[in-house]
Design a protein around this ligand. Structure first.
Ligand code: B12
Ligand code: SF4
Length: 472
């Protein structure tokens, strides 16, 4: 039983009736609990939770102590930004952390010169902390009556509204090992109740190899803005990784986590009723070459795995198919399932894939699908890739580049290769342009060039204006 009296609550976005762990916030809570006098818990807040009940639960939890609240992985939810603002006004210390904390706190590029751009959420938070969680340790030791603006990773606002930013420290494997998965709570009857998780995550790689190097690319104007009979208009820019991706901007590519850290993460996973580690998502966009190592580390640690969920790119799947086969042999012997839980196909049109800077074409996606289907017939029980088995592949639609010809082409591919049967998710994801993603640079350039304005929707940019609106 944790006897610490200083409390810290990390609020995150969560989905109703789910039971997944949240590696980022829970790792942060683990670090705080191990290295500071504070007891941290993570509370997953669903869209359905009543904000008044949440406030009652917070009042009850903190009692007469000052409220210290971290906010992380908010998924851009305006209700949670509003809650942070209100709590800050009422005297709580509110900290924005997690992916994109810095850009979301500061606001959109040059918003001071363009009144319609996203102004950031610096008014909702006492400060932001960008980067690894261990940066909070000296801040919590110092206390909030002191000036914390000089600490690594901190973004804060002075009395004149000027935002200062101290660079983050490097990621360090020593803090990427322990995860206490018992730190997650949900709201029930106006109080926090522990959530028992049934899937977790294991971090094997920070960021993504595709985002390692900037590349010069051309992204077409939205279809609605192309002029008939004129050569298609485009914007040329430098991009790191897929143009819609937050990881590419937030972390880039920072390499792998050590085997020691990985082993500890595996050991920390909760067990199921049979004493096996619960299924986990392996965070590594290129997991196949090192997948068998997970089995080796598990064996060395004397633990039994149940299921590994992989998130990967179609080209990395093709490149690593031999390693996947070899690992499936091991998995079958150990009765562990490998689920291809999310393959980033994103589209089945080459123009759209080019504009997303996905670095693959339609044929790569189709080759990957062919390879998976073939492998499934050989390992029906130990390889999962179907929706019914829990897969949810990346399929971005609609996009600003859709037109009749592209839609016709995509539909033709979908029916010819029967993609709805096993590959396509139940719902596609519309293209979301976060204000700090690569595509945000693209859309801002079009705004300036064409003297138009796209609407801002929270932390994102609404690209979906009609042609008529452009002509106004
Ligand atoms: C695993 C994962 C998930 C898991 C768990 C999420 C989690 N937050 O732990 C699941 C499957 C549940 C998930 C769901 C979603 N995810 Co997700 N997910 C990822 C993924 C693949 C890895 C994140 C991760 O664990 N990284 C490793 C950890 C260690 O790093 P970290 O999260 O940055 O945390 C460190 C620090 O930031 C810091 N930190 C984090 N929180 C806090 C809090 C405090 C107080 C402090 C001090 C520090 C701190 O400490 C950690 C350790 O140092 C990333 C993509 C990627 N490859 O990075 C996307 C990503 C984080 N997800 C994303 C999104 C959009 C979502 C969804 C909204 C998607 C959807 N529409 O359903 C949902 C909702 C998330 C939710 N809150 O429920 C976006 C986030 C965009 C953004 N700007 O916020 C990312 C970047 C993917 C992308 N390509 O855009 N996701
Ligand atoms: S979408 Fe996936 S492949 Fe593309 S940069 Fe992001 S993490 Fe890498």
């Amino acid at each position: 039983m944790n006897k610490k009296s200083n409390k810290l609550v990390i609020l995150t976005s969560y989905f109703k009736e789910e039971s997944y762990g949240l590696l980022g916030p829970q790792m942060a809570a683990t670090i705080i609990n191990a290295h500071t006098p504070f007891k941290a818990i993570v509370v997953g807040v669903t869209h359905e939770d009543d904000p008044r009940d949440l406030k009652s639960a917070l009042n009850h939890y903190f009692g007469d102590q000052q409220k210290l609240l971290g906010f992380s992985s908010l998924g851009g939810r305006p209700d949670l930004f509003d809650l942070a603002r209100v709590l800050k006004q009422e005297g709580a210390v509110t900290i924005l952390a997690g992916p994109q904390a810095g850009p979301d706190y500061k606001g959109e590029f040059e918003w001071q010169s363009y009144s319609h751009r996203f102004k950031g959420v610096s008014d909702c938070f006492s400060f932001a902390l960008h980067g690894p969680a261990q940066q909070i340790i000296p801040i919590l030791s110092s206390g909030f009556d002191k000036d914390i603006s000089r600490f690594a990773g901190v973004l804060s606002q002075d009395i004149n509204g000027q935002i200062s930013e101290i660079p983050s420290i490097a990621w360090d494997d020593a803090y990427l090992s322990d995860v206490d998965w018992q730190t997650l709570y949900g709201l029930k009857n106006k109080s926090f109740k522990p959530l028992k998780i049934t899937t977790a995550q294991v971090l094997q790689q920070i960021g993504c190899q595709h985002a390692a190097r900037p590349k010069k690319i051309c992204i077409d104007y939205p279809w609605a803005m192309q002029k008939k009979g004129v050569k298609p208009a485009f914007v040329t820019l430098y991009q790191q990784g897929c143009s819609f991706c937050d990881v590419a901007k937030d972390k880039g590519y920072l390499g792998g986590v050590s085997d020691e850290a990985l082993k500890t993460q595996l050991l920390c996973l909760p067990e199921d009723a049979e004493g096996r580690k619960i299924p986990f998502e392996l965070i590594n966009e290129s997991p196949l070459p090192k997948l068998s190592k997970i089995f080796k580390l598990a064996e060395e640690s004397g633990i039994q795995l149940s299921q590994i969920n992989l998130t990967l790119r179609a080209d990395y799947l093709i490149k690593g198919i031999k390693s996947l086969e070899e690992t499936l042999e091991i998995a079958a012997k150990k009765n562990v399932r490998i689920l291809l839980s999310s393959i980033g196909f994103e589209s089945f049109d080459d123009t759209i894939l080019k504009n997303l800077n996905k670095g693959i074409d339609k044929q790569t996606n189709l080759d990957a699908i062919k390879a998976i289907r073939k492998l499934k017939s050989r390992y029906p029980a130990h390889l999962g890739y179907l929706k019914e088995e829990g897969a949810n592949n990346g399929f971005i639609h609609p996009t600003p580049w859709d037109n009749k010809q592209i839609s016709h082409g995509i539909n033709k591919v979908i029916s010819m290769y029967q993609l709805s049967h096993d590959i396509l998710p139940r719902h596609s994801t519309p293209l979301i342009i976060h204000h700090a993603s690569g595509l945000a640079d693209w859309i801002r350039e079009i705004e300036v060039e064409e003297n138009i304005q796209f609407q801002r929707v929270g932390t994102t940019i609404g690209w979906w204006q009609s042609k008529e609106e452009f002509l106004l």
